[in-house]
Design a binder for this molecule. Structure first.
Ligand code: SAM
Length: 425
């Protein structure tokens, strides 16, 4: 039954959970959250009860905010949020964050001169960003960084913003046009996506990136994936500690479609008995190899490999697909699984790290929103979906009857799950 005083109930939840979280930070001498430069850019690891309280704070404070606004405001301002997207795109493109040292307060004129942009235009766009705490104006007409804006100076985050706002967002505006043209083929054919409608190409996304002249876009995509691996709920450590890698003993893990291989490097760092083979398309592998820390290079090796071709590493202990299968329709995902199955020995495993979709209300709302948001982003450029448990079961069954799902775990705090599949040979 709906509460008779929803604002007060939500405010109480916010107050209670805030107290738990804030007291934990104080009693452990951890910094309180802040918008200031130098504030922590992400939350520290919290014990389970404090973590739960923080999740409650996130969901209840959003609902309180939305109720205080009212339905008309919520819908209208949601639609108008593209104005922020446009200003951030411009700010990122013209590297405004680089023009402001972290410890300085500069006038609009000084920033405009350093960044070689028009002062009046800069003032308009920055003042919009300032309303959402990206930069601040501590004195009239003088601008400084906030914690959020300082991230734009990090090339990985600048590329994350660049990919989203110059590529993904632009493509997503073609969703209706792509649907009108191709209907449900959008989720079965890799080259019938909003990206294809926007770029007027028949190529799939990764083939498009493989073309000469697409280096900037490919690097942006690589850094998007790096930022994704740093994002709470998708963080690499969840998958490093969320699976018993130690139990494998001396083993070989093939990271199929590994991108820049961050997860392989993180696993190698923690588990010295493991050897990891990072596979991706040639252009990506060239970038990945140059990013691997020197001291891991004897155990992390790099191979250009097209996962639509037969797997070249036979008899490995684990073949991992992290954030890969959700990029492909069922028939192609089956092909990827069959290619590795043909190379497996009895007892070796496939690990799928992907979002598993559940019915609404199964998890916290912000968590479900995160998974559905990622699904929509991937759908802007690939024939993808986050599959439900039964769909994964069907996919594995249709790939090879000798594959058996052993376990599906969702590490605490993770938005994605790890599906462990054994080849029974
Ligand atoms: C969504 S990213 C995931 C990257 C990485 N596993 C991660 O979690 O960060 C998908 C990756 O699949 C790679 N890929 C796409 N087509 C491929 C193919 N035919 N063969 C090998 N890798 C491919 C892309 O280059 C990209 O790095």
């Amino acid at each position: 039954m709906a509460s008779s005083k929803p604002l007060e109930d939500l405010a109480q939840k916010v107050a209670n959970s805030t107290k738990i979280v804030s007291e934990h930070l104080s009693s452990h001498n951890l910094p309180q959250p802040s918008f200031d430069v130098g504030a922590p850019l992400q939350w520290p690891k919290l014990p389970a009860d404090v973590f739960e309280a923080r999740n409650e704070l996130r969901d209840a404070s959003k609902k309180l905010h939305d109720l205080a606004n009212g339905p008309r405001n919520v819908l209208t301002w949601l639609c108008w949020s593209w104005a922020h997207t446009a200003s951030l795109q411009w700010i990122n493109h013209f590297k405004i964050a680089d023009a402001i040292p972290l410890d300085r307060v500069l006038s609009y004129a000084e920033i405009a001169k350093t960044a070689s942009v028009d002062e009046g235009f800069l003032r308009r766009l920055l003042r919009l960003a300032i309303t959402i705490d990206i930069f601040c104006e501590p004195r009239p007409s003088m601008v400084a960084h906030t914690a959020q804006s300082s991230l734009l100076r990090d090339p990985v985050y600048a590329d994350m913003v660049g990919w989203n706002l110059e590529q993904g967002w632009r493509w997503s505006t073609y969703t209706v046009e792509a649907y009108e043209k191709w209907g449900a083929d959008m989720i079965t054919q890799g080259n019938r996506t909003p990206f294809n409608a926007a770029e007027k190409t028949d190529k799939g996304l990764f083939e498009f990136y493989s073309q000469p002249g697409k280096e900037k876009e490919t690097v942006q995509f690589g850094n998007l994936m790096k930022a994704y691996g740093d994002t709470e709920g998708f963080g690499l450590e969840l998958y490093v500690y969320g699976y018993d890698w130690g139990a494998l003993g001396e083993a070989t893990v093939v990271d199929v479609g590994a991108g820049h291989g961050q997860i392989s490097c993180a696993i190698a760092r923690e588990f010295p008995q493991l050897k990891l083979i990072v596979q991706d398309l040639p252009k990506v592998i060239a970038q990945a190899e140059s990013m691997c820390p020197q001291d891991l290079k004897d155990r992390v090796t790099f191979q250009a490999h097209d996962f639509f071709e037969p797997q070249s590493v036979h008899g490995a202990d684990v073949y991992m697909f992290k954030a890969v299968l959700h990029d492909w329709s069922d028939d192609l995902a089956i092909k990827l699984l069959q290619n590795v199955t043909a190379a497996m020995k009895p007892g070796s495993r496939i690990l799928i790290v992907d979002g598993v979709a559940y019915d609404p209300g199964t998890f916290k709302q912000h968590e479900e929103r995160a998974l559905k948001t990622v699904e929509m982003i991937v759908m802007s450029c690939l024939a993808s979906s986050e599959r439900e448990v039964d769909q994964f079961k069907q996919l594995i069954h249709d790939s090879d009857s000798r594959l058996r799902i052993k376990n599906i775990v969702k590490p605490q705090g993770a938005f994605n799950s790890i599906i462990e599949i054994v080849f029974e040979g």
